[in-house]
Ligand binder design. Structure first.
Ligand code: NOJ
Length: 535
């Protein structure tokens, strides 16, 4: 395996950026973003922003009940997104600009319009019957009490064959049966198809969910003193999910996925694993023969204060198996936008945190502008989750990328209705306006990304956090004490103790770069973060 700096491989050194294709750039004026739109924005990604890899959310053929996460053909591109040739071109052009490409691998389920499911539901003795999970009902109802993530039972009755099929998500997203070797082979072939086309890896969707209790035992209701480990999931939170994800057999599947990836050389996988018990979460690395990384959502689950964040960061690092590498993220297409979730003005220190912890950062499109969650009127609602439980809608974080202050924010042509409404602040919060302002958050991201690229310390594994710091500060060193990162969560000016050196980055003041730090302390403005280089 080729190695870059100090033994790290490309995905350990990279900053990833998630592109939600429907919302990035519309190239054909139908109001939906598409692959040609992504191609046209590669110069922004590579040269203006300066990220190293993109994760493209699904662009497969799909009836779009869950906006692409309901796949009806894993080896074709949905017409709204473009063509297979467009996908090929995204990969080629991204590579030519030094950007790696990973794509979503939607493995837990398909669309109910997938030909496999159409066959499977056609009769009980169809050869593909067992490609999905079918069961008899219990007492006139579903086989057990499992609820779907999107609420309602995890089972739907099929009149035609008189059995129930399981779906972790929507009834139109039936679960594949990964206990059937034919399914495993067919789905591994899907990976081979895209790897042959040149992708560098996969974001594995619902990576802990496809193996459930074979005895299908009921989940217990949550006890009265139950503390939810993660965000509010609505009715899904009524049960302890003992039996409907993470059965130990899941690890065998990940080993098989890894074998395929390894046979293609320097590829990678990052799996969506919503598990908050750190030991169980870390088990998805296997013996470094399963996922390259389970997605690390622990920062998002932590309270936003220095002590909680530091405790979480240290706990994650402590739980990593020997030799394993982690990642950090603060936003994606399923979460309330960072700028809205955090206290006002904290998005800059959030960026500093994300881009200076030991591990691979994953950014979400638009967060580099400080895009806010948009309130979507019911008339424009798109997300099926929100249609079941309105406050859980994810539409607000999926609005079009804001490129310019002009009509439709440059996402699509004037006069076209974008598939989701624009954020109301787009005339101020957009790439063009922010590029012209040296103090903008976008220019802050650009400076930080440049610094990170040049600094081995910021990309290294080394991390230490001193114990004795005031409550409003988060302080840690990177590299072999080569740099100190200091974040002020307080909204007043303060001094922080630090070894002498030079300020090489400030979240707020470009003019501080080069400022000498002496006398063992540095001053910080309200909610400011700095990096001090030593030696
Ligand atoms: C997780 C994805 O992130 C989410 O957007 C999707 O709705 C579900 N998996 C189902 O695929």
């Amino acid at each position: 395996m080729a190695e870059t700096n100090r033994g790290r491989t490309w995905w350990q050194d990279a900053v990833f950026y998630q592109v939600y294709p429907l919302s990035y750039q519309d190239s054909n004026d139908d109001g939906f973003g598409d692959l040609r739109g992504v191609i046209s924005r590669i110069p922004y990604l590579a040269d203006t922003l300066g990220i190293d890899a993109i994760w493209l959310s699904p662009f497969y053929r799909s009836p779009m009940r869950d906006w692409g996460y309901d796949v009806s053909d894993h080896t074709d591109v949905g017409p709204v997104y473009g063509t297979l040739d467009d996908a090929r071109e995204v990969i080629e052009k991204a590579h030519a600009s030094g950007i790696r490409v990973i794509i979503d691998y939607v493995m837990n389920h398909t669309s109910d319009e997938h030909p496999w499911f159409v066959e499977s539901r056609s009769s009980r003795d169809n050869p593909k019957r067992d490609w999905y999970v079918w069961a008899d009902g219990r007492d006139g109802g579903p086989p057990n009490n499992w609820v779907s993530v999107f609420s309602g039972p995890q089972w739907t009755f099929d009149e035609h064959t008189g059995q129930w099929y399981r779906h972790t998500y929507l009834p139109s997203q039936p679960d594949l049966n990964w206990r059937n070797p034919e399914v495993v082979e067919a789905m591994l072939d899907v990976m081979r198809f895209w790897l042959d086309l040149g992708v560098d890896g996969f974001r594995v969707d619902a990576a802990h969910q496809m193996m459930k209790d074979p005895e299908m035992r009921d989940n217990p209701p949550v006890p009265p003193d139950y503390v939810r480990p993660w965000k509010d999931m609505g009715p899904y939170d009524d049960f302890v999910h003992l039996y409907d994800y993470g059965h130990p057999d899941v690890h065998d599947v990940h080993r098989q996925i890894r074998e395929v990836l390894d046979s293609y050389g320097e590829t990678m996988s990052i799996g969506e694993v919503h598990i908050f018990d750190l030991a169980e979460w870390a088990s998805y690395y296997g013996e470094l023969d399963e996922l390259h990384m389970p997605f690390n959502f622990h920062l998002m689950a932590a309270d936003w204060d220095p002590a909680s964040l530091r405790a979480r960061i240290e706990a994650v690092l402590w739980h990593l198996p020997e030799g394993a590498w982690t990642n950090w993220t603060l936003g994606n297409h399923d979460e309330i936008r960072l700028a809205t979730r955090l206290p006002d003005g904290h998005e800059r220190i959030a960026a500093l945190l994300l881009l200076t912890l030991p591990g691979t950062p994953f950014l979400y499109y638009g967060d580099e502008l400080g895009m806010e969650e948009t309130v979507i009127p019911d008339t424009h609602a798109r997300d099926p989750w929100g249609q079941n439980v309105s406050y859980l809608s994810r539409d607000g974080c999926r609005t079009p990328m804001q490129w310019t202050p002009g009509p439709n924010a440059g996402f699509t042509s004037p006069g076209v209705s974008p598939w989701l409404p624009l954020g109301p602040d787009y005339q101020v919060v957009n790439v063009e306006t922010q590029l012209a302002d040296p103090d903008s958050i976008l220019n802050m991201y650009r400076r930080l990304l440049t610094l990170r690229k040049k600094s081995d310390a910021l990309r290294s594994r080394d991390f230490a956090s001193p114990y004795e710091v005031p409550d409003h500060l988060l302080v840690y060193t990177r590299g072999e004490d080569e740099m100190t990162v200091i974040l002020n969560f307080g909204d007043v000016v303060c001094d922080a103790e630090v070894e002498d050196g030079t300020v090489v980055f400030s979240t707020h003041r470009v003019d501080r770069e080069g400022e000498a730090v002496s006398g063992g302390k540095v001053s910080l403005g309200p909610v400011e973060g700095v990096i001090v280089a030593h030696g």
